[in-house]
Write a protein that binds this ligand. Structure first.
Ligand code: COA
Length: 160
């Protein structure tokens, strides 16, 4: 439950790109804690071959990384979002929303047309609220039901 010190911590929230190797290592550890350890998966399973060249955005609270999300370009005009997590004690306070909004802005800067992601069914409402639409039928990944979701990005000339 949020208390006065939580409110102060959230007020100090900063959402930005990873700045150094120490932050990268901390981010991978927290990514594992939230996304892989609860599934009984070992350290290392939280990373893949695309991480080295991807953009990692982190949510910082008083120098602690409390959430992150990854962005990379899949093909011309299409970007992907993956590995989205927020530490349990920081969830439901808008941090995940800020992470995704940051990546949407990055994609728009790059003039991408579409963002794609593979959502756990439990996170589907979270992405829908951010404008993503479900694409196709649910499927199992890591023994958890997932679904693909897309967000079409308006070009600068399409904005009214
Ligand atoms: C999914 C996840 C990243 C969302 O992060 P989050 O910081 O909790 O997200 P937000 O707070 O922006 O929004 C989530 C909810 O909080 C609510 N919320 C947003 N701001 C809020 C605020 N200031 N106060 C209270 N609630 C708020 C939203 O309405 C939303 O409600 P819902 O989940 O019932 O739809 C996070 O829950 C998580 O890490 N889950 C475990 C890992 C996971 O499933 N990752 C996604 C893999 S695809």
């Amino acid at each position: 439950m949020a208390n006065n010190s939580d409110a102060k911590t959230i007020a100090n929230l900063q959402v930005r790109s990873i700045e150094n190797q120490r932050e990268l290592e901390e981010m991978y550890y927290q990514r594992w804690l939230v996304l892989r350890e609860p599934l009984g998966m070992a350290r290392g399973t939280e990373q893949d071959k695309y991480d080295a060249s991807a953009l990692h955005v982190v949510a910082m609270c008083d120098r602690l990384i409390v959430g992150s999300a990854r962005f990379r370009e899949l093909s011309p005009g299409i970007g992907s979002i993956a590995y989205v997590w927020v530490l349990p004690e920081f969830q439901h306070r808008g941090i995940g929303t800020k992470l995704i909004q940051k990546l949407i802005a990055k994609a728009q800067d790059k003039q991408l047309k579409t963002l794609r992601l593979r959502s756990r069914m439990t996170a589907q409402n979270f992405y829908q609220r951010l404008g993503f639409s479900t694409d196709g039928e649910p499927f199992d990944y890591l023994n958890i039901p997932h679904v693909f979701m897309n967000l079409n990005l308006p070009g600068l000339g399409d904005r009214s």
